[in-house]
Design a protein around this ligand. Structure first.
Ligand code: TYC
Length: 105
């Protein structure tokens, strides 16, 4: 709370220069390759849960397929966790083993 010590001669509030505001950490949602999830399903979830266009989703899916991992997107922790969990739940409901992980930036 501000008190008289926090004000200058004109009664204006002086903000403490030591007061630090930290930006929230960002998290990558990483998608892992597997041998069973169909390519079309991966493209579909990248569009449905990560707002990717058909072209972007196809490119990300092919990267994961060829290199083993790929980035679906970067979000605050809560959003990243929610998107990863919804995607995994949806994959399980459709009997696919698709796996995702969070990685702090
Ligand atoms: N490797 C899978 C296949 O050949 C496709 C795939 C791509 C699966 C990306 C998972 O995260 C993944 N059907």
């Amino acid at each position: 709370m501000a008190n008289e010590d926090d004000k200058n001669g004109n009664g204006q509030l002086i903000l403490d220069s030591r007061t630090k505001t930290k930006k929230p950490s960002m998290y990558k949602v990483i998608m892992l390759n597997d041998d069973y999830t169909p390519m079309e399903f991966v493209v579909h979830v990248l569009q449905k849960f990560f707002g990717r266009s058909a072209d972007e989703a196809t490119q990300i899916m092919l990267n994961v397929h060829q290199r083993g991992v790929g980035v679906c997107g970067v979000y605050s922790f809560e959003i990243a966790e929610s998107k990863a969990q919804k995607t995994i739940d949806y994959a399980r409901k459709n009997d696919h083993p698709l796996q995702l992980q969070l990685e702090k930036e």
